[in-house]
Design a protein around this ligand. Structure first.
Ligand SMILES: NC(=O)c1ccc[n+]([C@@H]2O[C@H](COP(=O)([O-])OP(=O)(O)OC[C@H]3O[C@@H](n4cnc5c(N)ncnc54)[C@H](O)[C@@H]3O)[C@@H](O)[C@H]2O)c1
Ligand SMILES: [Zn+2]
Length: 322
C-alpha cells in the first residue's frame, strides 16, 4: 500500500524484491495527503483487498509517510481480524515517529486519529536513501518530533541537535543522521514499551506539543501546516505553559524556541491566522479527559510529566501569544 507520490518512486523496487522471493503481490496506491486518511478510503481499500483475494496468510506493507503507515496499519489490524503489518517509512517523520509504537488509524470530520487500533508492525525497514526525494519542508518537519523526543527524554540529544549541521547533505551527513534516527527510535520505543496501550500516562508524554499542535493542524484545515510544523507551534505553546505551571526556566524555553527556529520550523503563527478556530478545535481533542485537562509539561529539558494543574485559560493565553 502506498500513495500516489511514493508509489511511482519506490513501489517497483519493493515489488521486484517480493516477486524474486516468490510472493504474489497487489499494489494499492491512494491519493497522497492527509485527506486520504479516512474511513471511506479504508472501506474502498478493503474492497480492493477482498477482490485481490488477500487472506490470513497475506500481509500488508505500508510504503510511504505517516499517512500511509497509519492507514495501512489500520487495514492490517482489521482485515481478517488482523494480519501482519510491515512498515517501510519514506519520510523522516515516519522513521522517527509514526512507524514506531503500533498506533494506527484514520481521521474523522471531528478530529485526527479518533478511529484506530493498536497493531504493532512485524517489521520496520528504514532505508535512508528514500529520503533523497523528500521535499525539504517534509524533511525538516521530522526534526520537530526529534526535538520533542529530546525535550521529554534526552537532554544530551537536545545538545546534539543544537550543534546539528543543517548544511550537510544527505550524502555527507548520512551517518550522523542514521545515528540520530536510531536514537529517536530507541527513545520512542522505550516510552511505548512502558505503556503500550496508552493507559498509564507514560506514553502520553509523547503527546508533548500535540494538544495545541493538533488543534492548529485542524484549524489550518490540514493543509496550511504540516504535522511537524503544527507540532513545532504546539511545543512553543507547551513551553509557555511549562514556564507558568512546571517551573521551566525562561532560558531553557528560549533555547527550545531557538532550536525549532534554527531548523526553519515555525515558532509563531502567521499574524493574520485566526485564533478562534484553534480554540474551537481544542474541544475535540481526546486529551480532554472527562472535562479534566491532562497537559504534558516539561520542568526542564530531558524531563516531562502529565500535569493536572493546567487550566483552559493557560492554553488560551499560550495560543493568544503564539
Ligand atoms: N501512528 C503514529 O504514532 C503517528 C505519529 C506521528 C504522526 N502520525 C501521522 O503521520 C502523518 C504525517 O506523516 P508524514 O509527515 O510522513 O505525512 P505523509 O505520509 O502525508 O507524507 C508527506 C508527503 O511526502 C510525500 N512523500 C513521502 N515520502 C516521500 C519520499 N521519499 N519522496 C518524496 N515524497 C515523499 C507523501 O506523498 C506526502 O505528500 C499524519 O497522518 C500523522 O497523524 C502518526
Ligand atoms: Zn506527532
Amino acid at each position: 500500500m502506498s500513495d500516489t507520490n511514493v508509489a511511482p518512486l519506490f513501489a517497483h523496487k519493493v515489488k521486484r524484491s517480493l516477486a524474486s522471493a516468490g510472493y504474489r503481490q497487489t499494489l494499492i496506491a491512494i491519493p497522497a495527503g492527509e485527506k486520504s486518511k479516512t474511513l471511506e478510503q479504508v472501506g474502498a481499500i478493503c474492497d480492493q483487498m477482498i477482490t485481490a483475494r488477500l487472506d490470513r496468510q497475506s500481509f500488508v506493507i505500508g510504503l510511504g509517510g505517516g499517512m500511509i503507515g497509519d492507514i495501512s496499519g489500520f487495514l492490517a489490524a482489521i482485515y481478517h481480524r488482523g494480519i501482519p503489518h510491515v512498515q517501510i517509512p519514506t519520510t523522516l517523520l515516519a522513521m522517527v515517529d509514526s512507524s514506531i509504537g503500533g498506533k494506527t488509524g484514520v481521521d474523522t470530520r471531528d478530529g485526527k486519529n479518533l478511529i484506530g487500533a493498536f497493531h504493532q508492525p512485524s517489521l520496520v525497514i528504514d532505508d535512508l536513501d528514500v529520503l533523497k526525494t523528500l521535499p525539504h519542508r517534509q524533511f525538516i518537519q521530522g526534526f520537530a518530533e526529534m526535538i520533542k523526543h529530546a525535550i521529554i527524554a534526552d537532554a544530551k540529544m537536545f545538545q546534539k541537535l543544537q550543534s546539528w549541521d543543517q548544511s550537510s547533505s544527505l550524502a555527507s551527513g548520512a551517518l550522523a543522521l542514521q545515528s540520530l534516527i536510531k536514537r529517536n527510535i530507541q527513545i520512542k520505543s522505550r516510552i511505548v514499551s512502558k505503556d503500550e496501550r496508552d493507559r498509564t500516562g507514560q506514553r502520553a508524554l509523547l503527546n508533548f506539543g500535540h494538544t495545541v499542535g493538533h488543534a492548529i493542524e485542524r484549524a489550518g484545515n490540514y493543509d496550511k501546516f504540516l504535522h511537524g510544523e503544527a507540532v513545532s507551534l504546539g511545543i512553543v505553546a507547551a513551553c509557555a505553559i511549562s514556564v507558568k505551571r512546571a517551573g521551566l526556566s525562561s532560558d531553557q524555553r528560549a533555547a527550545i524556541v531557538n532550536l525549532l527556529g534554527r531548523f526553519g520550523l515555525p515558532t509563531r503563527l502567521p499574524p493574520k491566522f485566526p485564533r478562534k478556530p484553534i480554540l474551537d478545535a481544542l474541544n475535540f481533542d481526546k486529551k480532554f479527559d472527562g472535562g479534566k485537562i491532562r497537559f504534558i509539561v516539561t520542568p526542564r529539558i530531558g524531563v516531562a510529566y502529565v500535569a493536572e494543574n493546567v487550566t483552559p485559560a493557560d492554553i488560551h493565553e499560550a495560543i493568544a501569544q503564539l
